[in-house]
Write a protein that binds this ligand. Structure first.
Ligand SMILES: Cc1cc2nc3c(=O)[nH]c(=O)nc-3n(C[C@H](O)[C@H](O)[C@H](O)COP(=O)(O)OP(=O)(O)OC[C@H]3O[C@@H](n4cnc5c(N)ncnc54)[C@H](O)[C@@H]3O)c2cc1C
Ligand code: HEM
Length: 510
């Protein structure tokens, strides 16, 4: 980093040639001489502003993160007696953009959130903000999170924050110093929201997706021995777990799974044979929670990585950093003690797990939609077309109104359902919330579809460009469909929601 000095504007003016080119951005002085030829926007635009104040032009075309990346190499000083007027983003900061955060974070009263939730969000956002440069590079390169990063996030409590309140949190660190006994589903909701806000969905799923859906069957249905071994290993980040239900022949129709588990002659092992498709994190996992067919029906087994179990990566629309894989089991030996729940009762384990998985998906997609809204709102206030900001066009304001109204509706339903979860046992949630969660998942992904469409139009070419101002929007429009398909597709969610409601329908003659 060059030694920083103080200059006058008159001094900067003299550095206005290709051999010696300085510019000012918000009272800070940058030496662009060497960088100009490497500049992605070309040297010409920089030379036009050599020796001048380039603040307006810079902020019209770049995100502030460009400065975080390049300032250490290019910044040579500041203008004497001037102070920056544009607030610099610091990790963990809560957005001031209208509707850029849920209303409780924008000064409105809420019956749900306390100081504990407020400090928790800031702390976990700070962790993710600091991770963002690594996440962006790895999302692009398709590099899964390393075990070192996993352990670091385990130690910071980021992993434990993705699986809800319970005895498994005892003795663990949680972000913001939140105590395990004060941690509730609203904290977990915030954790999923912040994971989605990273804006690197493949890499983020590489960190959290497997354990969010794969660990609950262990602590809810595993034997005490399995729980005490596996839960701490996964929450500390030393080992990784995934949930393997879907097969090439069986997706929405879970009851049709074909993977078999036959009891060995001595009765001590199940012998597993079959295939599983699209299993998130499976490429680098140590543990697999697998739905199998035994003599007594569908059952759930915990399978350790072992001989006969192979995983091949599958490329999907998002980064292979998520470790999505195709698993083949060929005579894989699994101890009978690894049964989760009772033999033949695996369908109940799967269904109970789905509620939590779907709710976590909703938290992520609503937060992702809100992040898109925030970026779009900023952009409409920045981009000048036909001599006016985009936000000066009534058509653009109408699109923004559409986005805001839809996000606020699903956010409010999500907070209401989360409140029910806080006040119900796991068993009660399974019975009473399956329908509402399914319908909210359906509605949230429809909203995401609309948000993506409006935002991409408002960003124009940048909405379909991977780098630069439209990065968040391009990523979202390429990947929001994941939430509409994974963990139960929209059609299945609609149907389930209404069927659940019909179950409690009063006598039709009343
Ligand atoms: C990237 C990725 C990651 C995944 N991660 C995991 C994972 O970690 N673990 C895991 O077990 N699974 C995982 N899955 C699988 C996912 O849960 C399934 O893709 C999903 O359940 C849908 O199944 P399917 O793709 O086979 O669609 P299908 O069941 O073949 O359905 C195709 C279409 O038909 C519609 N349809 C089906 N039945 C009906 C009906 N009765 N009425 C009307 N429409 C209907 C569906 O809505 C869907 O739109 C993942 C999938 C992907 C793509
Ligand atoms: C410290 C100074 C600057 C740095 C580090 C920088 C860096 C970058 C980078 C990394 C990009 C790629 C897109 C992105 O990631 O946002 C870019 C694009 C661009 N830059 Fe700069 N830039 C600087 C100053 C300027 C200035 C003063 C102008 C003057 C107008 C300018 C004009 C452009 C243009 C036109 C593009 C292409 C943008 C687009 O396609 O939308 N840059 N710049």
């Amino acid at each position: 980093m060059p030694e920083l000095k103080s200059f006058t504007r008159e001094e900067v003016k003299k550095h206005n040639t290709p051999e010696d080119c300085w510019i000012i951005i918000d009272s800070e002085v940058f030496n662009m001489t060497t960088f100009a030829d490497l500049h992605p926007g070309g040297a010409g635009v920089i030379m036009d502003l050599a020796g001048k104040d380039a603040t307006e032009e810079f902020y019209g075309l770049h995100r502030q993160e460009v400065l975080f990346k390049y300032a250490p190499k290019l910044k040579i000083g500041t203008i004497a007696n001037e102070k920056p007027v544009i607030e610099m983003y610091t990790p963990g900061t809560i957005s001031k953009v209208p509707y850029g955060e849920a209303s409780a974070w924008q000064g409105h009263k809420s019956p749900y959130f306390t100081e504990s939730h407020i400090k928790f969000r800031s702390a976990i956002r700070k962790i993710y903000d600091e991770l963002l440069p690594e996440a962006l590079v790895n999302e692009d390169l398709g590099k899964s999170p390393t075990i070192e990063l996993n352990k670091k996030l385990g130690a910071a409590g980021v992993l434990a924050a993705q699986i809800g309140p319970g005895p498994w949190l005892q003795g663990l660190n949680l972000p913001g110093g939140v105590k395990p006994e004060e941690f509730d589903y609203f904290h977990e909701m915030i954790a999923h929201e912040e994971t989605a806000r990273l804006g690197t969905p493949g890499f983020a799923d590489g960190i959290t997706a497997g354990l969010t859906i794969g660990l609950p069957p262990i602590f809810n249905f595993g034997s005490p021995a399995l729980k005490s071994k596996i839960v701490p290993e996964v929450l500390s980040g030393e080992k990784r777990i995934c949930l393997a239900i879907t097969e090439p022949f069986t997706g929405s129709d879970v009851a049709g799974i074909r993977t078999t588990a036959k009891l060995s002659a001595d009765g001590k092992h199940f012998i597993v044979n079959g295939t599983k498709k699209w299993i998130t994190n499976s490429v680098f996992c140590d543990y697999f929670c697998v739905a199998v067919r035994t003599a007594k029906g569908i059952s759930m087994l915990l399978v350790e990585k072992s001989d006969g179990l192979e995983v091949k990566p599958i490329k999907t629309s998002y980064s292979i950093a998520a470790g999505t894989g195709y698993i083949t089991f060929e005579d894989v030996k699994v101890p009978v003690e690894n049964l989760l729940g009772k033999e033949g009762k695996g369908f109940q384990v799967i269904m109970a797990n789905f509620n939590h998985e779907r709710w976590a998906i909703i938290c992520g997609i609503v937060a992702g939609s809100r992040h898109v809204l925030e970026e779009t709102f900023k952009w409409t206030n920045q981009r000048v077309v036909f001599g006016k900001k985009l936000s000066a066009q009534p058509v653009v304001r109408s699109k923004l109104a559409n986005m805001i109204a839809q996000i606020e509706s699903v956010q409010n339903w999500l907070e209401n359902i989360t409140y029910q979860m806080v006040n119900m046992s796991y068993a009660e949630q399974t019975v009473k919330l399956a329908g509402p969660i399914a319908l909210l998942k359906y509605q949230s992904t429809r909203v995401a579809h609309n948000i993506s469409d409006e935002a991409t139009q408002i960003f124009g070419g940048r909405g379909i460009t991977k780098t630069g101002m439209g990065r968040v929007i391009e990523t979202f429009q390429r990947t929001y469909k994941f939430a509409a398909i994974l963990g139960g597709s929209e059609e299945i969610m609609q149907d389930l929601g209404v069927r659940q409601a019909l179950r409690t329908f009063p006598d039709a003659r009343l």
